[in-house]
Design a protein around this ligand. Structure first.
Ligand code: GTP
Ligand code: MG
Ligand code: ZN
Length: 354
């Protein structure tokens, strides 16, 4: 028998998961959806006796405090909970096994209540933040929609920036709604319409709002109700002002744009999920204003750029970059005037920046 064959004949031992060596969260995210972490990760450790006295209820992480302390919403109450020892092992290595927005199972008999299971995520909101550009930081999980907020003036509307925010949302697999705020400063509605009609034409929900006059706020309520949303967008576009208009009790600090440039007064430092009084949640997180797209997303931009998702599959080449290729559906649409030149130029400049 050749040594090679011997190897094959060796009895097969089931692989054991050595949980202390699992270094990062991605490994967990790759687990099949229908398996809860407990059963999958440490089958040999879950002794029946240990589980007997538990009373598990499902909850949601609203905020992560230090030292394995979590604020959890469950049964319409809030709890301060800790993490089970088993999950702490993972947390030790990955730092962030639990994210704001995670659905969890909470043992409320334990003192303090203890997170026993983390349920599979629908999506994660991730950003490459200044301090850590090597790995994406998970800002939150299970968020339904990003409200891409821009202002007509002060600061001046920048469709190129809207494109970037929309790409980021698409890369995160999160729906996006566009808000053009400060329309009270607009004297030429036709021009406004013309500037942003492309987004409506390709299927985005777009609202004109004014935190000053209240225009569009009722429509916004309907879109936010019973969903989890996060406002993204440049500083000074009026995110906090809109949120205050929707939920005055929050009383978020707002400021003139110029004040920000001087000192950067209000900076949200922690990530928190705030329940709306009308149902659903608002995610407040400092990372969301960033427009940095990671270099490794470059290959996805041709598909996620606003309006390109339906065209890209029609291109002759699978990996068409819509720049020089033959039989390109995007270039044809550009020629036919279905894509405005400005949007296409914004696409090219975005692609080249990566
Ligand atoms: N004219 C007008 N001004 C507005 C409107 N919404 C907000 N503002 C003003 O714009 C400035 C900035 O508003 P904020 O709500 O602080 O902006 P923000 O988007 O929260 O800014 P950051 O927190 O830095 O990201 C404030 O002076 C607001 O009073 C609006 O609809 N119309
Ligand atoms: Mg603000
Ligand atoms: Zn193409």
């Amino acid at each position: 028998m050749k040594p090679k064959d011997k190897k094959i004949l060796k009895p097969h031992r089931p692989a054991r998961l050595k949980n202390t060596r699992l270094l990062d969260l991605e490994v967990l995210d790759e687990l099949p959806d229908n398996i809860k972490f407990k059963a999958k990760r440490t089958p040999e450790k879950v002794a029946e006796t240990y589980k007997k006295d538990m009373q598990l209820i499902s909850g949601r992480i609203l905020e992560i405090k230090s030292n394995y302390q979590y604020t959890i919403e469950a049964d319409n109450k809030t709890f301060t909970a800790t993490l089970s020892g088993r999950l702490k092992q993972f947390a030790f290595h990955s730092k962030s096994i639990v994210a704001v927005g995670d659905y969890v199972e909470l043992d409320i008999v334990a003192e303090p209540p203890r997170i026993e299971n983390i349920l599979p995520r629908k999506n994660t909101l991730t950003r490459y933040l200044g301090s850590n550009f090597q790995r994406p930081t998970i800002l939150a999980a299970n968020i339904d929609q990003v409200i891409v907020t821009s202002s007509w003036r002060k600061p001046m509307i920048k469709p190129g920036l809207i494109d970037r925010y929309l790409c980021l949302a698409a890369l995160d697999n999160i729906d996006a709604i566009i808000i053009i705020n400060k329309v009270d400063l607009c004297e030429d509605r036709e021009k406004l319409e013309e500037t942003v009609s492309y987004y409506k034409n390709v299927g985005y929900t777009l609202l004109y709002t004014s935190a000053l006059t209240g225009e569009g706020i009722d429509e916004l309520y309907e879109l936010l109700k019973n969903r989890d949303s996060v406002f993204s967008g440049q500083s000074g576009t009026g995110k906090s002002s809109i949120i205050n208009r929707l939920e005055p009790s929050l009383n978020l600090p707002t400021a003139e744009v110029s004040d920000y440039n001087e000192k950067g007064k209000h900076t949200t430092t922690s990530t928190i999920l705030i329940p709306w009084s009308f149902g659903g949640h608002l995610l407040d997180t400092p990372g969301i204003k960033t427009v940095n797209l990671a270099k490794d997303t470059k290959s996805q931009i041709p598909r996620v750029f606003p309006g390109f998702a339906t065209l890209a599959p029609l291109c002759y080449f699978n990996d068409c970059t819509h720049t020089h290729e033959e039989h390109c559906a995007v270039l044809s649409a550009l020629e036919e005037g279905k894509i405005p030149t400005n949007r296409y130029l914004s696409y090219v400049s975005l692609l080249n920046s990566l």
